[in-house]
Design a protein around this ligand. Structure first.
Ligand code: SF4
Length: 298
């Protein structure tokens, strides 16, 4: 199957982009691996016309928004992000009406339509920096309450209205998990994703995005790490740091949608060139503006 995927990629001048949370066999065949924004930036620079995006829907949408001239395929179109779906356009419009002077900051884990209604986007890596530099005092932050809390804790000068969305995967990490992991792994550095609950963020050594985890794991003199994010990330951390040890914070936490894509789906997607992602031109133009504004803080 892997040989057929490779041949088809060559014949069709296509690339496979995969998110850090994908299953190991997809990570291994990907041309590029990364977080959603890294992959979208890569897709902009590539000289190909066909992209197979192994991730959830909002990630494929972001690639399409940044490269509308390219064809973006989602091997499993119903792989969605429950966090991104925690707010809809009606709810955001109501908030905008209630706080007409506020800027809307949307985490990149949001739908294309929410991005199109936003003043600026942010990632988990640059959210604090983005909010700190916004020229108004009042901010509507959507859709993740935990990342919103982290931003609020680090930016005092703003009034931040936080939408109560959350990622069910990161929400599962508990203080009890953390206590047991630290006991089992004394001296390990604790790195957690900012989508974890506030009490976990308070107790971690590092609150970082997945790209931040990779950077820290390489730079740190420490040999053992406790990781508070989706399990797929641990495969990549181990692969790129074979002399170091990585343990999940508590039992492994898995994103069901991220794991929907199999090698067979990738092969079918390439063979039959499906399922192509379509977005309205108006949505693309507005969302691109919001993503573009945050690029100077990446
Ligand atoms: S891990 Fe959470 S934020 Fe990431 S795709 Fe899954 S549900 Fe969405």
């Amino acid at each position: 199957m892997i040989d057929r995927i490779r041949r088809l990629k060559e014949q069709k001048n296509a690339v496979i982009l995969a998110h850090n949370y994908q299953v190991p066999e997809i990570q291994d065949i990907a041309d590029f691996l990364g977080d959603s924004l890294e992959l979208s930036k890569v897709s902009q620079e590539l000289k190909v016309s066909l992209i197979v995006f192994c991730g959830v829907r909002f990630m494929a949408e972001t690639a399409k928004i940044l490269s509308p001239e390219k064809r973006v395929l989602s091997p499993v179109p119903d792989a969605a992000c429950p966090l991104a779906d925690k707010i809809n356009t009606r709810q955001l419009l109501d908030l905008k009406n209630k706080y007409p002077d506020a800027w809307v900051v949307s985490y990149v884990n949001s739908t294309a339509e929410i991005k199109a209604l936003s003043d600026i986007c942010c990632t988990s890596a640059n959210a604090v920096n983005v909010v700190r530099n916004i020229p108004v005092k009042q901010i509507i932050f959507v859709p993740d309450k935990n990342l919103g809390w982290w931003v609020k804790k680090n930016v005092f000068q703003k009034e931040i209205i936080i939408w109560e969305g959350f990622c069910y995967v990161h929400e599962e990490f508990s203080l009890e998990d953390l206590r047991k992991s630290k006991e089992a792994c004394p001296g390990a550095e604790v790195m957690v994703h900012p989508e974890c609950r506030a009490e976990i963020l308070e107790c971690a050594d590092y609150v970082v995005s997945t790209s931040g985890m990779l950077k820290r794991a390489k730079e740190s003199p420490v040999k053992k790490f406790i990781i508070g994010t989706e399990e797929g990330m641990i495969y990549r951390l181990k692969k790129e740091n074979p002399r170091k040890e990585f343990y999940s914070l508590g039992c492994p936490k898995v994103c069901k949608d991220m794991k929907k894509i199999s090698l067979k789906d990738v092969l079918t997607s390439l063979e039959e060139e499906k399922f192509e992602l379509e977005l309205e031109a108006g949505v693309i133009a507005k969302a691109k503006k919001a993503i573009g504004k945050m690029m100077k803080y990446v």
